[in-house]
Every structure is written in structure tokens, then in C-alpha cells.
Design a protein around this ligand. Sequence first.
Ligand SMILES: Nc1ncnc2c1ncn2[C@@H]1O[C@H](COP(=O)(O)OP(=O)(O)OP(=O)(O)O)[C@@H](O)[C@H]1O
Ligand SMILES: O=P(O)(O)OC[C@H]1O[C@H](OP(=O)(O)OP(=O)(O)O)[C@H](O)[C@@H]1O
Ligand SMILES: [Mg+2]
Length: 282
Amino acid sequence: MRIAIPNKGRLHDPAVDLLDRAGIHVVDGEDRQLYADTVDPEITILFARAADIPEYIADGAADLGITGFDQAQEADCDVVKPLLDLEFGQCRIVVAAPEEGEITDIQDLNGKTVATEFPHITKKHFAAAGVDAEIVEVTGATELTPHVEMADAIVDITSTGTTLAVNRLAIIDEVLESSAHLFAHEDVLNDRKTSEIDRALESVLAAEDRRYLMLNAPAANLERIKEVIPGMGGPTVMDIADTDQVAIHAVVPESEVFRAVTRLKAEGATDILITEIERLVE
Ligand SMILES: Nc1ncnc2c1ncn2[C@@H]1O[C@H](COP(=O)(O)OP(=O)(O)OP(=O)(O)O)[C@@H](O)[C@H]1O
Ligand SMILES: O=P(O)(O)OC[C@H]1O[C@H](OP(=O)(O)OP(=O)(O)O)[C@H](O)[C@@H]1O
Ligand SMILES: [Mg+2]
């Protein structure tokens, strides 16, 4: 099975890191290579441009791929299906025009020019809004175009908003929200290997925002402690020999750890240990 991942850019490092944490380690990983084997003899990694990955999957050059949801929307290949939101590469595609200019609404762009790296998404969005604008395709530095009279507005990616602000551009409309996803060709959707990979990546994401909590506490307080840490289907409770104490283990959401520890201390808990979880297969 071949998985295409971005060869460079914003999504490269997090994609490699995610596969690694899922146990799909790349072997012989040298810079600037086009493909690599993994520790699993059934899985090969292809390195391609983020924008080309949907096409690689559609053509059958890759079975699975990791790229931005925006790239899949732009490529618009019917046979490429999103399987899993990977929770990195979060950004928005927006329409932006010069601050303090006359264009403050998408309707103002009738008969005007819009520059973008996403012509397909842009065409669709403007058609849905009933606005007839000329679309100029560029391959980068889109934010420059309104300042050199190439375009009246742009459709581009924003995340922190810094690039738009630096180029004195204001958002006038939202087009779509994106994040990196795992995609699959529809022919491999029900393959055993697709499910294995999907589950492995999902287990990393599930573990990311949970913590493993271990503690000792008076057995008499167990019921109240269970209310603090319900765990996943209840905490594991073990008697500690020759004492009135129990050892308790549970998986808790990371966001609740701080509050839980305070309440556990109040219930007489001692030796509280909090550890990260590598993977969590539910
Ligand atoms: N500022 C950002 N914040 C979050 N995600 C982003 C951002 N910019 C791009 N992305 C995501 O990463 C994908 C690839 O963009 P990126 O700029 O990394 O690659 P590229 O333009 O193909 O490569 P390069 O610019 O190196 O030629 C985008 O389609 C989008 O999903
Ligand atoms: O809202 P911000 O946090 O400023 O991010 C937005 C910028 O990030 C991306 O560019 P990137 O840095 O990937 O450079 P590129 O133009 O070379 O792709 C995108 O094309 C925007 O220009
Ligand atoms: Mg880019």
C-alpha cells in the first residue's frame, strides 16, 4: 500500500511525525527522496507536493494520502474520499481585499479580478454568490497581487492572519475551513490495510488529548473518587496488600487533569502519577 505525503512545506514534518508515532516508521529516510520504505513491508511512502496528492490518489499512483482538505476540494476528484481529520494544518481560505479600499463585500467584485492559487474553489464560491469575476491563477505570494494592479482581491490561505495584515489586506468573505486529512481512493476504502492505517493514526490522535492517571487513595473514599475520574468505562481499582488503601488507574481528558488532581488530593489521594499516552486504541 502506498501513502503519499507532502515532500515539503507546512504539512511535511507533522505528517512524518504522525506516521512515526503511529508506528509507521520510515526507514532509509534521506532528504529529497521521492519514496521510502517503512518498517511495515506492506507500506511505502511517496513524497509529493501537497497540491498533487489528490491527483496521485485519483490516478492510483498512491492508495492513501495526507494533504490539506483545501487541496482535495481544489482537485475535486470524486474517487478521493476523506477518511480522518488529522488535526494539524488548520487554516481558512478567505476572500481578502485592500484595507480601506472600495471593496468590502464579495458583491463589489462583479466585473473585477481575483488572484488565487485555488481557481477551482474560487470559481465555485463566486458562482454560488452570483458574482462574475475574472480569476487570475498564481502559484504563490498571492498577497502581493492587489498592490501591483494584478488583482482587486485575492482568495488565499490564512491562519494567524499575519500575512494578510502585513500586506494590509482585510478579509471580506469566508470560503472554507481546512485541516490536514487522511484521504483514500474509494477502491481501497474497505481494505484491511486501509483500516489498519486509519486506526493507527486515530489512536495517536485519541491519545494526544488524554493522560494516564495513577494514584493511591483510602478505599473508603473510592465512590467519591470515581465521580472525579470516571475514566473510560470506569477506573481500574487494585487493593494494596495489608492496608486500607487502593491503587487507582484511569484515562482522563488532558483538560480535566488540573481540576481532577485538586479534587483527588481533597479525597486523600497520594502518589499521584500523570503520564502521557503514546497510542490509545478504542
Ligand atoms: N499558514 C498556514 N497555516 C496552516 N496550514 C497551512 C498554512 N498554509 C498552508 N497550509 C496548509 O498546507 C497546505 C500546503 O501548503 P504549503 O504552503 O505548505 O505547501 P505548498 O504551497 O504546496 O509548498 P511550497 O509553498 O513549499 O511550494 C495547504 O494546502 C494548507 O492545507
Ligand atoms: O495567516 P498566516 O499565519 O500569515 O499564514 C498564511 C500564509 O501561509 C501560507 O504561506 P506559506 O508560509 O506556506 O508560504 P508560501 O506562500 O511559500 O506557501 C499561505 O499561503 C499564506 O501566505
Ligand atoms: Mg504555500
